[in-house]
Write a protein that binds this ligand. Structure first.
Ligand code: F0G
Length: 360
């Protein structure tokens, strides 16, 4: 760099995490201790291939780029900071794996105890590894996520432990920053915002974010929100709790979402809807997104499966701007990437043999 260039260069400011970046929009004050891993600031990636298929301008909000590999970190920085502010020494959550990975990491950063209740045998290996490596107290429950959440709620009621599931209002407050970032990156709100739905907190938080920006005049109007449940775990779509939810997208394998009403309200107020997508479509979307260079987990791919569904149904205007949220990182469940990929050829240590195998 020339001395002149060096002198005029404005240094890019490092991202400070969602509490500092959006402090004025969050329930914190100068005395709130900020527990952060510099979450948020995730990429909004334009998808040429999905834009071409749908006739829209499609962007993928890659939440897998958060410190623990999912959007949960946005809410957890606030939930743990507020728990510390209130003097908590123990936090508890039920989880399909991402909440627990995030809670474990932020509790470790804060130096407090984290207890985690997960449905036995139904959590992806990478998420279990994260929860364990951060030193959380992992407990497997003989039941599904809904049962584990019920236990966590009772535990937090009866014992000195703060519940950090998305029924904790600070979680949604933090997660609404995803909507802020999307608007800040586009310079306006998208026309459509598509996201997977499990326990239903995230879609509600995004609506909160858009509504707050709209009320403050930061955007002219809010997007239409569509949420997507997996067909085997689609209580909101079916209109009743599902006793035995079943889907390959284990992160959203939930039969009785805690934020059910909030999610329905978010979709309805925005002019959108909660719909379902099949496991087959989720898997196809997962592979498709991966071929564009983004490794998102299966549950995340429900938003893209949903995009392809509503686009084929003619529900999106040509050239509309659409954001699909990819909620978590595919590395958390590598089995799905490896399965079906076939066995690589085993070759001698010889460039000609490698060239022949590659057809060069
Ligand atoms: N995508 C991923 C990757 C998730 O982990 C979750 C929820 C969702 C989408 C759905 O978000 O629950 O706010 O509707 N995972 C929770 C957990 C349940 O325990 O990690 P939601």
């Amino acid at each position: 760099m020339t001395p002149q260039r060096a002198a005029t260069r404005t240094r890019p400011r490092p991202w400070r995490g969602v509490i500092e970046e959006y402090r004025d929009w969050l329930p914190v004050d100068a005395s709130t201790p900020v527990v952060t891993l510099a979450e948020g600031g995730t990429p909004l990636v334009h998808s040429e291939a999905l834009s071409q298929t749908t006739g829209c301008e499609v962007y993928l909000k890659f939440e897998g780029a958060n410190p623990t590999g999912s959007f949960k970190d946005r809410g957890m920085t606030l939930a743990i900071s507020k728990a510390i502010e209130a003097g908590a020494r123990v936090v508890v959550c039920a989880s399909t794996g991402n909440t627990s990975a995030s809670a474990a990491a932020y509790a470790a950063k804060a130096g407090i105890v984290c207890a985690v209740l997960v449905p036995a045998g139904k959590v992806a290996a990478g998420k279990m590894a994260q929860t364990l490596v951060h030193g959380a107290r992992l407990l497997e429950v003989d039941g599904n996520f809904d049962a584990a959440l019920e236990v966590a709620r009772v535990l937090a009621e009866r014992y000195p432990a703060v519940l950090v599931n998305s029924v904790n209002p600070y979680r949604l407050q933090g997660q609404k920053t995803a909507a802020f970032e999307i608007c800040d990156a586009l310079g306006r709100a998208p026309d459509y915002h598509l996201t997977p739905v499990g326990n239903a907190g995230n879609i509600a938080s995004h609506w909160m974010g858009y509504a707050e920006y709209a009320a403050a005049g930061a955007i002219e109007r809010s997007p239409v929100l569509f949420g997507f449940q997996a067909a085997g775990a689609a209580p909101i779509v079916e209109g009743h709790p599902v006793a035995n939810p079943s889907t390959i997208a284990t992160a959203i394998r939930i039969g009785n979402p805690a934020s059910w009403e909030l999610a329905e309200k978010a979709a309805a107020e925005s002019g959108g809807q909660i719909l379902s997508v099949t496991d087959r479509d989720i898997l196809a979307a997962y592979r498709r997104v991966a071929r564009e260079g983004l490794f998102a987990e299966l549950a995340s791919s429900a938003s893209v499966a949903g995009l392809l569904r509503i686009s084929s149904e003619g529900r999106l205007e040509t050239h509309a701007t659409v954001v699909c949220v990819l909620t978590g990182h595919g590395l958390k469940e590598p089995d799905w990437a490896i399965a079906g990929a076939g066995t690589p050829p085993r070759l001698p240590v010889d460039a000609d043999a490698v060239a022949a195998a590659l057809g060069l």
